[in-house]
Design a protein. Structure first.
Length: 309
């Protein structure tokens, strides 16, 4: 990601800095804390199968549910603590590397103390926020995708596949609209830069503008640029809202079609599908898609640190 002499901040560097036992603990906690997205769907799905006339079964079910939630949230808490401990190791090593590499810099390549301080403080903090933290979140997110996918497919292979495949539909508008969004963003950025330039020019020459009484001419130019910039910003948001609306429509389709297929399978006693199965899959399958979205976001954050190379 970022080079300082022979040091490159990437996954290999992170693994070389962290103690092995801490890495193992983080992976284990990432797995055990990843079932948060599964429990609600599984619990509500299993409630339809409880024999409520048997209080022993009800008590056992509640005890298991409590244990599952407790293990998951304790794991999530410990995962946060271990992440912070890992970041402590990484920050210490990163700042030490910045400081020593500049301290031993050759005379002809010497750097100012302000540059060193900036690296040790600002840049290292940016790397922490945009690389270290997203890296650990990405690991947990990957475990969530795996665990929820396994549960969905294990609940019912055929219907689970239908839920997962159709849930991916809501990602289609984002992929299709990405190019259009980038175009609108670039266009708005260009007009915004033009507006800023005009404002700077007006303020830099305001004495001459007043002196020669051409204020109306420059204000007209500013008003025209402002209107164009705001119109481009409206167009940008319109595309964004349109993409979001299409994603909502795809989400509705992704919920209704599998649910309808599941109800037909229940009605015709096909594939061992019951109402509880549909409830579990409806509440759980969406976490697969949510996990994929988060994974993509964290990956984008990590990639953005290339600008520090």
């Amino acid at each position: 990601m970022m080079k300082e002499k022979e040091v490159q901040i990437n996954l290999k560097w992170v693994l070389s800095v962290l103690p092995v036992n801490l890495i193992v603990i983080i992976i284990i906690l990432a797995i055990t804390s990843s079932f948060e997205g599964v429990i609600n769907g599984y619990v509500l799905g299993q409630m339809t199968n409880i024999a409520f006339h048997n209080f022993a079964n009800v008590g056992t079910f509640l005890l298991l549910v409590f244990t599952a939630y407790l293990v998951t949230y304790v794991s999530a808490y410990l995962f946060l603590l271990t992440n912070q401990k890992a970041i402590q190791y990484l920050n210490k090593k990163l700042k030490y590397t910045f400081f020593t590499s500049d301290f031993y810099q050759q005379k002809g390549l010497s750097v100012s103390s302000s540059d060193v301080i900036n690296k040790v403080t600002s840049i290292s903090n940016q790397i922490q926020r945009q690389y270290f933290q997203p890296l650990f979140n990405l690991i947990q997110c990957l475990m969530t995708i795996i665990s929820t996918t396994v549960v969905v497919l294990k609940t019912n292979l055929l219907l689970g596949l239908i839920y997962i495949i159709l849930s991916l539909l809501s990602m289609v508008p984002n992929q299709i609209g990405k190019k259009r969004m980038n175009q609108k963003t670039d266009s708005w950025s260009e007009y915004n830069s033009s507006l800023v330039t005009i404002m700077k020019d007006i303020f830099q020459g305001k004495n001459e503008i007043r002196k020669f009484e051409v204020k109306n001419l420059f204000f007209k130019k500013f008003t025209h640029a402002l209107s164009e910039e705001e119109e481009k910003y409206f167009q940008l948001n319109r595309v964004q809202f349109s993409v979001q609306f299409c994603a909502w429509m795809c989400s509705i389709i992704a919920d209704i079609i599998p649910m309808g297929v599941g109800l037909l399978m229940v009605a015709y006693h096909f594939g061992g599908v019951e109402i509880g199965t549909i409830v579990t899959l409806t509440l759980t399958a969406d976490h697969v898609l949510g996990g994929i979205r988060e994974f993509s976001n964290y990956q984008t954050q990590i990639t953005s640190t290339k600008k520090y190379s």
